[in-house]
Design a protein around this ligand. Structure first.
Ligand code: CAA
Length: 395
């Protein structure tokens, strides 16, 4: 049975901040961020945007009457949870008008959660092939202001429909996994920003990749020589180059034959958006599918997912004939091209201001141009609403 990604969509906030300007504020050479880290911009959510609105915006274009009727599970993966108890996916399920006899669950393991979601979705579709699973990766990456991590912030969501006989990517059954209890990046309860040991996090990421690759090969996975492209979890796009160097060390001939083009197209979106934790790997995948000028039909793609703390997984997929007909590349290009640049003060207010205070009742200003907005809290109950855009898209 062929199971995989039948449809995939991206959503990013409509505002961004340039890392060149951040470098000026930090009094350092902009080339450190642009080249050394490999980031140009970070996506900045407005006060009335959060992981729920990003998730719902990413999924909305994928839905019609037929897909609404066949989605029986929603798995929302995030590091940026909005409630200690209730799954954020329940708000998304409601905003999207999905059927009531649907299971909704939230997955958490730092940046890895969506990959666990994808594997669970694959197993559910194998069990009940007439049903589809909506997997959404959605995050806002936040570090303390003026910390080393600030230049790797970002925000965005990727929604994927997993189904039998997929129209985009067939997932292979081989899995390479590696878990290790380590404190390289974490976010204690009640903190809105992550704590990180940056250098350790890079070391553990690379160790995790080496081990996950061995595990994938031992599970009967493809050799590197059978792959055309590699997509890595990209907290910052330079990380893809570091990850590729693992293959240059352990599979030198195959890595040389692949060269930098194995991952360079997958870096394009990440450079313009920044880290989106759970969504970053899938943004890399979309960047490859949307921006490659080659026909990718029949090509094998290796994917490495990493979530600090830590879990790594290597898996692979084949691009399905006819995939181009289902591409949303034009809509994604429009979304990125129409963003507005923020100055430092506005970015700082939105990322670090007290826009979502820990009080029972507050409202947010109307800023978003997206299909859904976060209106604030009433008695600690989060309030979401559809905007005129979602009504227009539905009609
Ligand atoms: N021109 C060009 N390059 C320059 C430069 C200049 N003027 N100045 C410095 N550089 C280069 C450095 O040589 C270095 O390159 P290499 O990594 O190839 O050696 C690069 O810029 C970064 O410089 P530093 O190592 O000095 O940077 P830093 O100490 O400020 O921290 C960081 C970098 C550790 C990534 C930090 O941004 C951080 O902590 N980020 C958050 C954590 C993170 O993203 N970890 C990644 C793995 S964990 C993960 O993947 C999960 C997740 O999503 C968080």
């Amino acid at each position: 049975m062929k199971i995989g990604i039948d449809d995939i969509g991206l959503s990013v906030p409509q505002h961004f901040f340039a890392l060149e300007e951040l470098a000026e504020r930090h009094g350092i050479d902009p080339q450190k961020y642009l080249v050394g880290i490999g980031q140009e911009f970070m996506a900045v959510p407005a006060p009335d945007e959060d992981i729920v609105t990003l998730a719902a915006n990413a999924a909305l274009p994928l839905l019609d009457d037929a897909s609404r009727a066949s989605i029986a599970t929603v798995i929302l993966a995030t590091e940026s949870g909005i409630d200690q108890s209730k799954a954020a996916g329940l708000f998304v399920h409601s905003l999207l008008g999905l059927r009531a006899d649907c299971r909704v669950v939230e997955f958490k393991q730092a940046c890895y959660g969506a990959t666990a979601g994808l594997q669970m979705a694959r197993a559910l579709v194998a069990q009940r092939p007439h049903e589809k699973v909506l997997v959404i990766a959605t995050d806002i990456a936040r570090y303390e202001q003026n910390s080393e991590g600030e230049c790797t912030q970002g925000a965005g969501a990727v929604a994927m429909i997993v189904a039998e006989n997929p129209r985009l990517l067939e997932l292979h059954p081989h899995q390479g996994r590696y878990s290790l209890d380590v404190s390289d990046f974490w976010r204690p309860n009640l903190r809105s920003t992550a704590l990180v040991d940056g250098k350790l996090s890079i070391e553990v990421y690379l160790e995790s990749l080496r081990n996950a690759w061995q595990s994938y090969r031992a599970d009967g996975g493809l050799g590197l020589e059978d792959m055309s492209f590699l997509c890595f979890h990209q907290p910052f796009t330079k990380m893809a180059k570091k990850a590729f160097s693992v293959f240059e060390a352990i599979e030198p001939e195959a890595a040389k034959a692949l060269g930098e083009k194995a991952y360079s197209t997958s870096q394009l979106y990440g450079k313009a958006i920044g880290n989106c934790y759970t969504a970053s790997l899938y943004i890399a995948l979309l960047s490859l599918l949307d921006n490659s000028d080659e026909d990718l039909t029949g090509r094998n793609i290796g994917l490495f997912s990493y979530g600090s703390g830590s879990v790594g997984e290597f898996f692979s997929a084949t691009v399905v004939p006819g995939y181009q007909a289902h591409s949303r590349r034009k809509a994604h290009a429009r979304m990125l091209a129409s963003r507005t640049r923020l100055g430092h003060e506005q970015y700082s207010n939105w990322f670090y201001g007290d826009n979502h205070p820990a009080v029972a009742d507050y409202s947010t200003p109307y800023v978003t141009g997206g299909a859904f907005r976060y209106g604030g809290c009433e008695g600690y109950r989060r309030q979401y609403e559809s905007t005129a855009l979602s009504l227009k898209m539905a009609s």
